[in-house]
Design a protein around this ligand. Structure first.
Ligand code: 3PG
Ligand code: MG
Length: 384
């Protein structure tokens, strides 16, 4: 068994003729009913092929979006089912798990219905393993269970970074909400040599340093916490020294709507909204990243989906891609940014989990891993 103590595929009983329930995270981004990025489906294929190769039959299950316990055709898994049929013919896919309120409530009756007719459970849903939902923590209570290849690889990489990073270790955090990331910032301060902060969340930190942030995103109730983190960090938190801002009347994604775009220092006038790190900051961050031997990046530096505000994220993404150290990009928006700039192939590990990768870095464990560990699969009969 690997160091994190979770049973893996080799720990399962012989699978010939057995029926395997595979929990995957096929919560893929969609637009107008079409999948825009199938990474999460492709990432489960090695596990599926291994299971089929052992003579098992495989039924997959996933959530999609947040339908909140009611059947809603908007969240139909049909497009996923079609793509899965191309990538892994013969593998069935159950309905969206979150159509049933029992999934998010970890209802034992729902879990019992889910495992009916199956002999073995495999969790390859790294991106959902921070959720103590029925399909994640329920089946290991009753079925021989194991982590699939994707879950195993994600955990080995992220725990490796957490526990034995080559130094300097540089963490890059962005995204909009600082309140979502306080736990991980605190944890990263214990292990990272540098923490580069951009994205909407940087303005709450800048406000904590006394800057005026104009109309930028600000979580006023987090300013004191950010001030405390800055003190605790003793210079290891790097904040932007310049900002790209959108002037009064301007609208995101609507270049024609008016509103000037300007680079400025970190004192932002009333009516102006910081929407990207400035070029000076991007270059400074790039220099820190160039020296790193370990990089973890989660969250864009600005509103990169609007071409006027992609420069900061692009420069940072390029620096991560060029870095000679071991580079990890957390799922979600930063993975999408790396893909948009054509840089994903130059990153050592693009995680399929956003929230899950942050929680694993923060806590060193996830509910889905604990459940597999408790299943007892793979332990010698008399082992503890
Ligand atoms: C994700 O995309 O973050 C995972 O699939 C988990 O989804 P959730 O945040 O809706 O629980
Ligand atoms: Mg999420």
């Amino acid at each position: 068994m690997p160091a994190f103590g979770v049973p893996t595929l080799e720990d399962l009983p012989p699978l010939d003729g057995k029926r395997v329930l595979l929990r995957a995270d096929f919560n893929v981004p969609m637009k107008d009913g079409r999948i825009t990025d199938d990474l999460r489906i492709r990432a489960a294929v090695p596990t599926i092929e291994w299971l089929l190769g052992q003579g098992a039959s495989v039924t997959a299950c996933t959530h999609l979006g947040r339908p909140k316990g009611t059947v809603n055709p908007e969240y139909s898994v049909e497009p996923v089912r079609a793509r899965l049929a191309e990538l892994a013919p013969g593998v069935e896919l159950l309905d969206n798990l979150r159509f049933d309120p029992g999934e998010e409530a970890d209802d034992p009756a729902f879990a019992a219905r889910l495992v009916e007719g199956f002999d073995v459970y495999v969790n390859d849903a790294f991106g959902a393993s921070h959720r103590a939902h029925a399909s994640i923590v329920g089946p290991p209570r009753t079925l021989p269970s194991a982590a699939g290849r994707l879950l195993q690889r994600e955990v080995e990489v992220l725990l490796g970074v957490r526990e034995r990073p080559l130094r300097p270790f540089v963490a890059i955090l962005g995204g909009s909400k600082v309140s979502d990331k306080l736990g991980v910032i605190d944890a990263l301060l214990g292990i990272a040599d540098h923490l580069l902060v951009g994205g909407g969340m940087c303005f709450t930190f800048l406000a904590a340093r006394g800057a005026s942030v104009g109309s930028s995103l600000l979580e006023a109730d987090q300013v004191d916490t950010c001030r405390g983190l800055l003190e605790q960090a003793e210079g290891r938190i790097h904040l932007p020294s310049d900002i790209t801002a959108l002037g009064p009347g301007g609208k995101l994604f609507e270049p024609g709507a008016g509103g000037d775009v300007r680079q400025m220092g970190t004192s932002i006038p009333d009516g102006w909204m910081g929407v990207d790190i400035g070029p000076g900051t991007a270059a400074e961050f790039g220099d820190v990243i160039a020296e790193a031997r370990t990089v973890v990046w989660n969250g864009p530096m600005g509103v990169f989906e609007d071409p006027r505000f992609e420069a900061g994220t692009r420069t940072v993404a390029q620096a991560v891609a060029d870095c000679g150290g071991f580079t990890v990009v957390g799922g979600g928006d930063s993975a999408a940014a790396a893909a948009q700039f054509g840089l994903a192939a130059d990153i050592d590990h693009v995680s399929t989990g956003g929230g899950a990768s942050l929680e694993l870095l923060e806590q060193g464990d996830l509910p889905g891993l604990e459940a597999l560990r408790r299943s007892g699969t793979g332990k010698a009969p008399n082992a503890e």
